[in-house]
Design a protein around this ligand. Structure first.
Ligand code: NAD
Length: 494
């Protein structure tokens, strides 16, 4: 019987894209569908020699037609790539769903629509970018004019995670390319398919060879490590685990490469008694369980003001237990599978640990059984705990699954201290209808992003990134353009 979810027909095997050509290799690994464990395709792993070829061709393309193009011409090409994605929308959705096991509607919105939007938004922002201009007169009467010009950094290596594959890759490719850089990109070994389609889109759109190169493989002793150590790579943009970020930073240090890191999180949500109760419960369901909890911005720690604590836990449990887990194309499905059986084992180890650490299980805690091929997949129940001490490992380490722990608090001061007591600092969410409190509390979070009475609404012009172990630098809007450009100041004596 054919599998219910498969890759689009062009992806019979997943090849690298180097110097404008699709390249096969002898070493292959399986791309496995996490919905039922079947093999979707063979992936051609790039070795250090092929990575070198990709970097060399990116380096060469800097000086070729790409380097000679105006920003308007580059923007036109990026829009053309987005047009191809739009035309092949269903192929991209199929690839994302088969690779990640997420609901079709989420793949449409979170990945494929956002993928197009990333390219179009940064193409337009790049055209509107401007530099600085200053005039001054020195003490001895000389008139000076200073202005800045932006130049590309060079070859950018982009290494992506598996949780939002097309979104992550285009979020980097859009700004890097509009700024005139060339790229070597590596998707996660878990999600190679949409990246391969993206390479097809660049090819079809007529982007010159060498501008966008794709290599497949793993991190250590594979394509990822080879990219970070290559002397002709000028900058590394990385999204993934904090520990991996630290390894990459060490590799980058020798060549003094620019780095931008978007890393892990253990995000708090604060719910005050004066909140819009319904909106807050719905918001926490969304912020904890969207994409089966596999969004770096998900709230895994929820603090609720004591007068509404019991009611909040009861209502959250009720609404969580209504979330439908199932095939990505079932009507009203809310959660698909996790990314892999390996990740399922990791999340389940936290389910076990939480109970050992003294948690009360409010909901979930196990694996759903379907009695069909999904039992070979990586499904898991959304899980709510209460009763853990603040120092419990389950409250300090990122689980990256559909979990949330709810704890009561009594004062704003106490809630802030507990929310900020983390090695991570990516995103925080706040639920209150008190305007003064909203502004007062929002600015006190030690995080790069704060949402008030909402979660995960993004304006691509705004800065995005984390503090502490959650990242280095900011991307988004002009912050991306600044990262992907080298600025030269020119001082002219008039
Ligand atoms: P990961 O760090 O295991 O892998 C990410 C990528 O790095 C993969 O492509 C992998 O092959 C590569 N890699 C691994 N080791 C490497 C090495 N030594 N050198 C070069 N490349 C290497 O992360 P993951 O499991 O794919 O993704 C989940 C993590 O990503 C979570 O921690 C999540 O919070 C984080 N994340 C953060 C953001 C953000 O914006 N802050 C967004 C999405 C995901």
């Amino acid at each position: 019987m054919p599998a219910r979810f498969a890759l689009p027909p062009s992806l019979t095997s997943l090849r690298n894209y180097v110097g404008g050509e699709f390249v096969s290799t002898d070493k292959r690994f399986d791309n496995v569908c996490p919905l039922d464990g079947h093999v979707l395709a063979q992936v051609h792993e790039a070795d250090a020699a092929l990575v070198d070829q990709a970097v060399q061709s990116a380096h060469k393309a800097l000086a070729g037609p790409w380097g000679a193009m105006s920003v308007d011409e580059r923007a036109k090409l990026l829009h053309r790539v987005a047009d191809v994605i739009e035309r092949r929308f269903d192929d991209f959705v199929a690839a994302e769903v088969a690779d990640t096991g997420r609901p079709v509607e989420q793949a449409k919105k979170l990945d494929v629509f956002r993928g197009m939007l990333n390219l179009r938004t940064f193409a337009d922002l790049g055209k509107a970018a401007h530099g600085d201009f200053f005039e001054m007169r020195t003490a001895d009467g000389a008139d000076l004019m200073n202005y800045t010009v932006r130049k590309p950094l060079g070859v950018v290596a982009s290494i992506s995670p598996w949780n939002l594959p097309l979104l992550s890759m285009t979020w980097k490719a859009g700004p890097a390319l509009i700024c005139g850089n060339t790229m070597v990109v590596k998707p996660s070994e878990e999600t190679p398919s949409s990246a391969t389609l993206l390479a097809e889109a660049f090819h079809e759109a007529g982007v010159p060879p060498g501008v966008f190169n794709l290599v497949h493989g793993f991190g250590p002793n594979s394509a990822g490590e080879a990219m970070t150590r290559h002397p002709l790579v000028d900058a590394i943009t990385f999204t993934g685990e904090s520990r991996t970020g630290s390894t990459i930073m060490k590799a980058a240090a020798d060549g003094m490469k620019e780095v931008s890191f978007e890393l892990g999180g253990k995000n708090p949500a604060l719910v005050f008694a004066d909140c819009d109760f319904d909106a807050a419960v719905d918001g926490v369901v969304r912020s904890s369980f969207t994409n089966t909890g596999q969004v770096c911005l998900c709230s895994e720690r929820v603090y609720v003001e004591r007068p509404i604590f019991e009611r909040f836990v009861a209502e959250l449990k009720k609404r969580t237990e209504k979330l439908k887990i199932g095939w990505p194309d079932e009507p009203d499905v809310a959660m698909g599978s996790l990314i892999s059986r390996k990740h399922q084992a990791k999340v389940l180890s936290y389910y076990k640990l939480a109970l050992e650490e003294g948690a009360t299980l409010v909901s979930g805690g196990g694996v759903p059984r379907f009695g069909d091929e999904r039992d070979h997949g990586a499904f898991i129940e959304p899980t709510i705990w209460t009763g853990l001490a603040d120092q419990a490992r389950c409250l300090r380490e990122e689980v990256f699954g559909p979990v949330c722990h709810i704890a009561p608090f009594d004062t704003e001061e106490e809630a802030m201290a507990r929310a900020n007591d983390s090695v991570y600092g990516l995103a925080a969410t706040l639920w209150t209808t008190n305007l003064s409190r909203a502004h007062r509390v929002a600015r006190r979070f030690h995080t790069g992003i704060v949402w008030v009475n909402t979660w995960y609404l993004r304006d691509l012009r705004t800065p995005f990134g984390g503090s502490k172990l959650s990242g280095l630098g900011r991307e988004g809007g002009r912050h991306s353009l600044d990262f992907y450009s080298e600025t030269t100041n020119i001082c002219v004596k008039l």
